[in-house]
Design a binder for this molecule. Structure first.
Ligand SMILES: NC(=O)c1ccc[n+]([C@@H]2O[C@H](COP(=O)([O-])OP(=O)(O)OC[C@H]3O[C@@H](n4cnc5c(N)ncnc54)[C@H](O)[C@@H]3O)[C@@H](O)[C@H]2O)c1
Length: 446
């Protein structure tokens, strides 16, 4: 089948590469000329495991192509996927300018029947706005070209995006035309083996399903973080509490890890956007507000611990920072908790020596070159001459480090762990003062 995808970011590229991989002819359209150039040369602009190889393979066979020209895009695919960004607007609502710009260019070039499939995360009612925009332009052009609009939200996780796309746990298809459901079912057949994962529903429910999923996951995290703060005050260990509740199948072990707050391009903006939608519809979403407020506070948690340890005297101190990306296996720094820590440390006059296996380039792009940021090539280099170590992303690489080396490299054997990677008593035996989330601070006896 022929597929056009607007937006070559985390979602668009993965969708494009996976659809090409199973034999479709995919044309990806983007407005970023540098990105399209790199992609044409087989270079992925983002880090996602397995993606570069898949892009290269499908470029070679010609099943995956890239263009800046929306007219070419509209001419190419029966399916016109929209996978552009929907960043938060100033009031927290989703900014739909990119989605509507794509709708506009589809309207300008549409002649044969097309199915517009919205994969971007968009507020309820956006499919109607896309339909209205395309129709408005067709009317202006005096064209009676036909099209349908479908909502097909994406549930992939960065870091495991290809696996998630290839083996989805659900494929939500919101449509008001049963024929389009069947055409999408055909497109998704290679990813829908073993048992049927297509969940067909009305468009508005499909749009809301995506926000519901992300908001519930964010709620689980904020709930655990709230509990971790209570546990700290009560002398309980949140990690024991975690396994204690996770063993209940109604609760489950997934997504109940306490930590330094959630970041990324989805949870923060989607919780805010759903809150905004609720407010715009005369409903005060108390729970969503609390989820957001708890997370805001939690992202500063490690800084607060550092500041308390040093009694607010951070000027001239240097901190080794392991982990910059908002989670492992990605280079995505959008709303990463590490940024809150770095910026708070800078504000107090401290220097950061940071290492991340993938996100250093993105960090350099965001912050530019500055004296109080040293981006290191390996975890060990970050430790050199630092006062203490802070861990912000749970990359596997950081799980079992050489503690002797850490101790001998740091000026003081102190670890601030924002992801509870280490066993407190083991670290105590190794001579470290160990701060983690939702657990008592352990200090070696003088
Ligand atoms: N990143 C994720 O993990 C994830 C998961 C599920 C859903 N989503 C949703 O998918 C959407 C895309 O997210 P992303 O992370 O891939 O975004 P991204 O920022 O990585 O990529 C968006 C791309 O769209 C391009 N673009 C903007 N306007 C365009 C236009 N008019 N025509 C063509 N291309 C255009 C940009 O240049 C950019 O390359 C968002 O709504 C997001 O909420 C993201």
């Amino acid at each position: 089948m022929k597929v056009t995808i607007y937006g070559s970011g985390y979602v668009g590229l993965v969708t494009g590469a996976c659809l090409a991989q199973v034999g479709n002819e995919v044309l990806c359209v983007d407005i970023d000329a540098a990105k399209i150039d790199r992609l044409r040369q087989g270079e992925s602009p983002i880090y996602e495991p397995g993606l570069t190889e898949m892009i290269r393979e499908n470029l070679t066979t010609g099943r995956l192509q890239f263009t800046l020209d929306p007219a070419e895009g509209v001419a190419h695919g029966l399916f016109q996927f929209i996978a552009v960004g929907t960043p938060p607007d100033e009031d927290g609502s989703a900014d739909l300018q990119h989605v509507l710009a794509v709708a506009e260019s589809i309207g300008e070039h549409l002649s044969d029947y097309r199915i517009i499939v919205n994969k971007s995360t968009v507020p309820v009612g956006t499919a109607d706005r896309v339909r209205g925009q395309v129709q408005h332009i067709l009317d202006e052009r005096d064209s009676n070209a036909q099209f349908d609009v479908v909502s097909n939200p994406e549930f992939l996780k960065e870091g495991a995006a290809i696996e998630d796309f290839m083996r989805p746990d659900r494929i939500v298809v919101g449509t008001d035309n049963p024929r389009t459901t069947e055409l999408l079912r055909a497109l998704y057949t290679p990813f829908n083996r073993n048992h049927d994962r297509i969940l067909a529903m009305d468009i508005r429910s499909a749009e809301l399903t995506k926000y519901a999923a992300n908001s519930l996951l964010a709620t689980k995290i904020s709930f655990m973080n709230e509990l971790s703060n209570i546990a700290e005050r009560l002398g309980a260990d949140i990690e024991h509490v975690r396994v204690g509740i996770g063993s209940d199948p109604r609760i489950g072990y997934q997504f109940i890890y306490p930590g330094a707050g959630y970041g990324g391009s989805c949870f923060p903006k989607d919780v805010r956007a759903l809150e905004r939608t609720a407010l715009d519809n005369d409903y005060t979403p108390e729970l969503l507000r609390a989820v957001e407020a708890v997370n805001f506070r939690q992202k500063r948690k490690l800084f607060d611990k550092i500041s308390t340890h040093y009694q607010g005297q951070l000027r001239g101190k240097t901190f080794a920072l392991w982990g910059l990306a908002f989670k492992p296996n990605t280079d995505d720094m959008r709303e990463a908790s590490s940024r809150v820590l770095i910026e708070a440390l800078w504000e107090q006059g401290a220097t950061v020596r940071a290492f991340d296996p993938q996100a250093s380039k993105e960090t350099a792009r965001i912050y530019g070159s500055r004296d109080d940021l040293v981006l290191c090539d390996c975890a060990e280099e970050a430790l050199q001459g630092a006062d203490a170590l802070a861990v912000m992303t749970e990359w596997n690489l950081f799980r079992s480090p050489n503690f002797d080396l850490i101790r001998s490299s740091l000026k003081e054997p102190v670890i601030f762990d924002g992801r509870n990677l280490y066993e407190p008593n083991f670290l105590l035996k190794q001579g470290f003062t160990y701060y983690s989330i939702g657990r008592e601070v352990l200090r070696p006896k003088p």
